[in-house]
Design a protein around this ligand. Sequence first.
Ligand SMILES: [Ca+2]
Ligand SMILES: [Ca+2]
Ligand SMILES: [Ca+2]
Length: 298
Amino acid sequence: MDLNAIALPPAPTRYKVRTCFGLLLTIVLLSALHALGQTVILREDFEGVFPGDWIVGDANSDGDDAYWDDVDLRSFGSPPVRTTWAGYCAGTGYAGTAFDPEYQDDMLGIMAKTIELRGYSSATLTFWHIVPAIETGVDVCYVAIDQTYVYARSTPLTSWTQQTINLTPFVGATHTLSFQFFSDFSVTAEGWYLDDIVVTGVGSLTPPQLTNPAWSQGNFTVSLSTQTGFTYYLEATDTLNPISWTTVQTAPGTGGVLQLTDSTASVWSRAEARDPSAGPAPDGWMRQWPGGIVEQRD
Ligand SMILES: [Ca+2]
Ligand SMILES: [Ca+2]
Ligand SMILES: [Ca+2]
């Protein structure tokens, strides 16, 4: 979420600001923008447009090209209809017929997508799959994060089954998730179907708890609870239209309470935390931040 895009109170005109200057001090503590907890990072149920932003293809140029596509299980393949559409490893370029399909020899059928695991302390991949038949021990279903295989199967799986894979070792960076179907040069079978691929993450940043905000004679102070590994920012702007937040103080989290001070306090001030491991974002904010914000209005 772009924190700059959230709804804010109506922008005061400079005139209004000046007229109420020094009067009632109103502190608005916006609650967490993103409830701390599980966030869905990726979901693919094959019921919509496919491949969409998945990259698909056959990385083995030998033989006929065959790779992932979505198929309507009411009129394709042997798996029971669990949901209408599913992904099939050779949905593009399969051999046989729609009701009796087989994958091709010489396949490395890939579907791959970037997943953003920055800003999470843990992450999980789940997917449903079925492998009605496969050349056991030779042809293989793989799941990979970048170059690391996190799952491999070379035996049939005769009913729809949900698989869970812990992606926590990969949090803190951007990765490529791929489903890869490998076949050698001979003997084919029906192969691998996928459905309901979900990647979830749990945020690593808890909203800073802001206490004792005070504004007096151009001096704005606020105390906030901090976590190590994050940087805390106090920002200010003179106007909400347009908004132009300027950082007036930064401090590394200590695990304890910090006080941030803007000694040339602007009309609006706010404090929040960022994850330095998240790197720069085009607009300066990371959408997964559950950051608390204090807004100070005079
Ligand atoms: Ca589906
Ligand atoms: Ca091929
Ligand atoms: Ca084979």
